[in-house]
Design a protein around this ligand. Structure first.
Ligand code: GDP
Length: 349
């Protein structure tokens, strides 16, 4: 196609260029990704997020071809309420690590962007230093989908980032719904950022978070906050002592930091390195990833089966009828479900 035609197509459809540029060959994508080309990495992630069948197919092939280059990063989940300082913290930690020679990718899981049509994490300019650094890659949460869908896409994006040579992957979430659990299921280390408050520090912790945390960091431990931060550390340590020992043998530390001033960040990272070292040595690191992979396989099967079911022509045709019958009380919901599943199965064999 000549230049004039391309310009013409773009002038009538501004998306033309974007769509066209997504359609490289699998080899072009894979070569681009493994050579660390961030533009191509970004385009491949866009394919992962796309709902178009041809994009899905292409992204599956790209992923498949990148798999033997994945797994070589430390995957860290970071959560905390809005305003706790996640982006300031990630910016500070990220730049610290880049100076030491690491390459950082930051992905986010923010189901609020599809639930409330407004993203909690994406609305402002975040991570100012990191976002312009050539050794960093920042990708906001997919803009739509269920938490399960968003989590799957993020996990696939994580693998592509690893193939692109990023050796520290930070996955950030704001803790809406079950998003912490989703992040926890794909990382090696889970960091919870907290604020110190008026003596009620523990009230803000969602159930289950303490069990998931591999470290709790009280951020904004600076200025007038310092004393109450120290008290919060004590309180949280006491609370953690009530939990039974972890299978990894790791005792989650409670630390203080100031992302704004940059204090405590180096010490915090050393603790993460200790964890990685310890758990690699004991075999727990690898074991945990294996368990996660199996969980993801099961989850992927469940999601795909569900998708196949609702796309099945007979199911589509009769679903509404059965809903009406259940609504009228002429058939039980169990019977309706098993009839629909029969329809789904009959065409398979
Ligand atoms: P996020 O919503 O969790 O990503 O929080 P941000 O990183 O956007 O921070 C929210 C506000 O807290 C911003 O105004 C930051 O400047 C401020 N902030 C972040 N970290 C610190 C810190 O360590 N100390 C103090 N005093 N303020 C901080």
């Amino acid at each position: 196609m000549n230049q004039n035609n391309e310009n013409f197509n773009e002038s009538i459809n501004p998306d033309f260029k974007a769509k066209k540029s997504l359609m490289r060959s699998v080899d072009e994508y894979v070569e681009g990704i493994v050579s660390g080309n961030r533009t191509i990495l970004s385009q491949a992630i866009t394919l992962i997020e796309s709902s178009r069948e041809d994009h899905k197919e292409l992204s599956r092939e790209i992923l498949e071809n990148c798999l033997d280059r994945t797994g070589n990063s430390v995957r860290i989940g970071i959560t905390g309420v809005p305003g706790v300082g996640k982006s300031t913290f990630i910016d500070a930690l990220g730049i610290d690590r880049i100076v030491k020679g690491d390459k950082i990718a930051v992905l986010t899981i923010d189901p609020s962007s599809s639930l409330s049509k407004g993203s909690i994490l994406g609305d402002k300019t975040r991570m100012e230093a990191l976002s312009v650094h050539p050794d960093a890659f920042i990708r906001p949460s997919p803009a739509s989908g269920t938490l399960g869908g968003v989590a799957r896409k993020t996990r696939e994006a994580l693998l592509l980032c690893e193939a692109a040579g990023f050796n520290i992957i930070l996955i950030e979430t704001v803790g809406v719904g079950q998003s912490e659990t989703a992040v926890h299921s794909m990382v090696d280390f889970f960091l919870v950022l907290m604020l110190t408050g008026a003596g009620d520090e523990l009230q803000g912790i969602k159930r289950g978070i303490m069990e998931m945390a591999d470290m709790i960091a009280i951020n904004k431990a600076d200025g007038a906050n310092l004393d109450s931060a120290k008290r919060a550390v004590q309180q949280i340590q006491n609370a953690l002592a009530l939990f039974s020992d972890r299978p990894s043998g790791w005792k989650p530390p409670v630390v203080m930091c100031s992302a704004m001033e940059g204090s405590g960040i180096i010490e915090l990272w050393e603790k993460i390195e200790n964890y990685v070292h310890q758990s690699r040595k004991s075999g727990y690191f690898v074991q945990k990833r294996k368990v996660q992979s199996i969980d993801w396989m099961v989850e992927t099967i469940e999601q795909q089966l569900k998708e196949m079911f609702y796309k099945h022509p007979d199911v589509k045709r009769h679903l509404m009828d059965f809903e009406n019958k259940v609504n009228e009380g002429t058939i039980s919901s169990f019977k309706a479900a098993s009839e629909l599943i029969k329809l789904f199965e009959s065409k398979k064999s």
